[in-house]
Design a protein around this ligand. Structure first.
Ligand SMILES: NC(=O)C1=CN([C@@H]2O[C@H](COP(=O)(O)OP(=O)(O)OC[C@H]3O[C@@H](n4cnc5c(N)ncnc54)[C@H](OP(=O)(O)O)[C@@H]3O)[C@@H](O)[C@H]2O)C=CC1
Ligand SMILES: O=C1OC[C@@H](O)[C@H](O)[C@H]1O
Length: 351
């Protein structure tokens, strides 16, 4: 049995910094950082006190001291980099989205299963204590069945940097794959991983990237979700899960939730008993810093992945691969409806 897996960090960009800080904060061990250049890898390795740095992804995945590779590169690189790591016999935790479309994601799932290796999409929201509390309350039935989800996620994208990955079709940029995915996974968490009906609208940049989108999802036997994601407005990032006997409000930022309020119907329409739940973010180990807001919470995901590896699981029960695939299928349907295609996709990849 693997006591603590040894991590390899593939990439040395922003989220790799934050994930590596999460490993260190969780008390884990990083054997190596591998990036497109040795100097980039070395800078991150020094910061998080990794044992070594290597100047190519191939060297990283070949490292015998690496048990599990964290893939933190841009969306279009997830398939080749995760595939490379799996083919080298490493377990993989891959940043969201698992790949650019369902076909690519399925390839990774099939490969991991064929090789008997662990694969998980790094949907870190799932591992926050607030998210776990929401699931506990929904499962208890105290609010009755969930019927509707309303959620938003929006910030002003990096307007000053026209070459940023978020605006670049070649990097599979856009609002849906970057942030809309958090809202979709909230809906599938509540209603399950069967495929809903999908109705979409979006605003596209002249280059064809979705800088705002809205989704209406309907699981005919269960409920519906109304989701807004945007790179052109600052939104509260609230989420509300409405049930038969009350509702749960996830206070913003709901993709990294620290606070929720449960409103239980008092029996009189419009009157509720309220209960707050607070789970403040963990503190980083001294000397570490993170780049994205709330990335202190990355530690929860590291611990969840390590627990799976210790228990020799091949996927994470809190975010199973079938759910990653359904989320991908919903995002594919959205892109088909609003007319967003990435150049990396052949004409038939978005089925
Ligand atoms: N969980 C979360 O909260 C967040 C998740 N993410 C996810 O993390 C991933 C990376 O995002 P982020 O860290 O912000 O991105 P960065 O641009 O900071 O880093 C991406 C890395 O990808 C590699 N890369 C390859 N080609 C390119 C290219 N054309 N442009 C830029 N980078 C390239 C580089 O690797 P190298 O270092 O080897 O040169 C680079 O460091 C995405 O999947 C994103 O969705 C992002 C932000 C927050
Ligand atoms: O995953 C993410 O969450 C936070 C956002 O700021 C970032 O753009 C995105 O990639």
């Amino acid at each position: 049995m693997m006591e603590r897996p040894r991590w390899g960090i593939l990439g040395a960009g922003n989220i790799c910094n934050d994930f590596a800080a999460g490993v260190v904060t969780a008390g884990g061990s990083i054997s190596a950082v591998g990036a497109s250049s040795l100097s980039k890898a070395q800078a991150l390795a020094d910061k998080v006190k990794a044992s070594r740095a290597v100047g190519s992804y191939e060297e990283l995945v070949a490292d015998p001291d690496v048990d599990v590779v964290y893939v933190g590169t841009i969306h279009t690189m997830h398939l080749p980099h995760a595939r490379m790591a799996l083919n080298a016999g490493k377990h993989v935790v891959c940043e969201k989205p698992l790949a650019v479309n369902e076909k690519e994601a399925q390839e990774l799932v099939d490969l991991a299963r064929a090789k008997g290796l662990f694969l998980m999409e790094a949907m870190w929201t799932r591992f926050f204590p607030v998210t776990r509390k929401v699931q506990e309350i929904l499962a208890s039935g105290e609010l009755g069945a969930p019927k509707s989800v309303q959620a938003d996620f929006g910030f002003i994208g990096p307007m000053e940097d026209k070459n940023h990955r978020l605006w670049d079709l070649n990097c599979a940029g856009g609002a849906m794959l970057d942030i809309g995915i958090y809202l979709v996974q909230l809906a599938t968490m509540v209603f399950g991983a069967s495929m809903p009906s999908v109705q979409s609208t979006a605003l596209l940049t002249p280059e064809g990237v979705d800088h705002e989108g809205a989704l209406s999802l309907c699981w005919s036997d269960k409920g519906s979700a109304s989701l807004l994601f945007t790179l052109r407005a600052t939104t509260p990032e609230h989420a509300v899960i409405m049930c038969e006997k009350g509702y749960i409000r996830l206070h913003g930022p709901a993709h990294t939730p620290e606070r929720m309020t449960v409103f239980k119907s008092s029996g009189v329409r419009g009157k509720f008993e309220e209960q707050d739940f607070d789970f403040p973010l963990p503190q980083l180990r001294p000397g570490l810093t993170v780049i994205y807001p709330s990335s202190e919470g990355m530690m929860y995901q590291v611990l969840a992945a390590e627990k799976c590896l210790k228990e020799q699981k091949l996927e994470c029960p809190e975010y199973p691969l079938e759910e990653s695939l359904t989320v991908m299928r919903i995002m594919d349907a959205y892109r088909r409806q609003v007319g967003v295609t990435y150049p990396s996709e052949s004409t038939c990849t978005v089925s």
